[in-house]
Ligand binder design. Structure first.
Ligand code: SAH
Ligand code: SF4
Length: 338
């Protein structure tokens, strides 16, 4: 809840408004897990809160630490027993956390472990925050950057994600500025347009992964709803309205989307847009059958984009020994359980 919502909730149980800020600080600065820890509240109020409310928790169900680069992958269980994944990465400039916005995903991308595992439910803003808080407590660190690139499609959970962005960047909260947050989407063009109107300072990452409708529709079913032309026109609108550079994610899959013809097609599509292309060798997820592109194809693709006016880089992969990519860990736990 925002401070305003807390004030309204308190009024409805006959409590003064100034308690809202106190409760907000306990939740967002001290990360308390029970109302009993809120020591400056009266016992009576704590009891009322216990009766009417709960505090979201992301309990650590499983934790894997990479022996290469100390990336930590978490499997969390939420209050109702749903599982989500998150990853904590250490960079020279600080800690970056990748968190989930939904348990599962409806979008069904063929290369993605989450997409193949089906949809359970959307997460609340509090559940997104609690993933960050649990990681900070567990590793005794401060997170400086957040990416919404874990399980789920953030823009399919639009209202809760917007609420999360405001809460996490609040001065009285975790105080992580919007410039340090990236939201990744598979391309819900209508929601990209809505987001553009909010003019937030976040980075928008768009998972493009293909230069034309034929390849994109075969790997990303969402493309049938929002074909590339429509998606890219919403992206242009976003860049124009916000003045922010869009990042296009492009997972390189051997013999699917990694030819120079694909690179040329991509260049002509992105021409003139304020953007950057991130090339990622696809993570080989069990059962999908996709293979990652070789170094040679990756470099040739990257060089082609750069020499034709589209800034591109090859993304370094972290945590490759711990199934750190989206949805892989939950998938394994579910397989092991069945
Ligand atoms: N649903 C959002 C955000 C979560 S997925 C989206 O699709 O953008 C985060 C990123 O991981 C996306 O760019 C997605 O395309 C990518 N991804 C999913 N499976 C992958 C895989 N096997 N290898 C590489 N990237 C993958
Ligand atoms: Fe969902 Fe993103 Fe995975 Fe596609 S890539 S299935 S949108 S989580």
């Amino acid at each position: 809840m925002s401070i305003k919502e807390l004030e309204e909730a308190l009024s409805s149980i006959g409590e003064p408004k100034y308690r809202a800020k106190q409760i907000f600080l306990w939740l967002h600065k001290k990360y308390v897990q029970s109302f009993d820890e809120m020591l400056n509240l009266s016992k009576n109020l704590r009891e009322k809160l216990k009766e009417n409310y709960y505090i979201s928790d992301s309990a650590i169900e499983k934790k894997l630490i990479s022996c290469y680069d100390s990336t930590v992958k978490y499997l969390f269980s939420l209050n109702d027993g749903e599982y989500v994944e998150a990853v904590l990465m250490s960079y020279h400039h600080g800690y970056s956390a990748c968190i989930s916005t939904q348990a599962g995903c409806k979008m069904g991308c063929t290369f993605c472990a989450t997409g193949q595992g089906g949809f359970r439910r959307s997460l609340t803003a509090g559940e997104m925050l609690s993933q960050l808080q649990t990681m900070e407590k567990d590793r005794n660190v401060r997170i400086s950057n957040v990416v919404l690139m874990g399980m789920g499609e953030p823009l399919d959970n639009y209202d809760n994600v917007i609420k999360f962005l405001h809460l996490v960047s609040d001065d009285d909260g975790m105080n992580i500025g919007m410039r340090h947050i990236a939201v990744s989407t598979c391309g819900l063009a209508d929601k990209i347009r809505a987001l553009a109107d909010l003019k937030l300072q976040i980075t928008l990452s768009v998972s493009l992964h293909a230069p034309n409708d034929e390849i994109r529709s075969a790997t990303m079913p969402v493309n049938k709803r929002f074909p590339i032309d429509e998606l890219l026109s919403s992206c242009r609108e976003y860049a124009d309205k916000t003045g922010r550079r869009i990042t296009f994610e492009y997972a390189m899959i051997a013999e699917v989307n990694d030819s120079i013809t694909c690179a040329a097609e991509l260049c002509s599509r992105l021409k003139g847009m304020l953007c950057h292309v991130n090339l990622i060798p696809v993570n080989e997820v069990d059962k999908t059958g996709y293979k990652k592109s070789g170094k040679k194809s990756l470099n040739a693709f990257c060089d082609y984009l750069n020499s034709h006016g589209i800034p591109a880089t090859i993304r370094r992969t972290l945590g490759s020994d711990i199934n750190a990519s989206c949805g892989q860990l939950r998938g394994r736990v579910k397989d092991a359980e069945s």
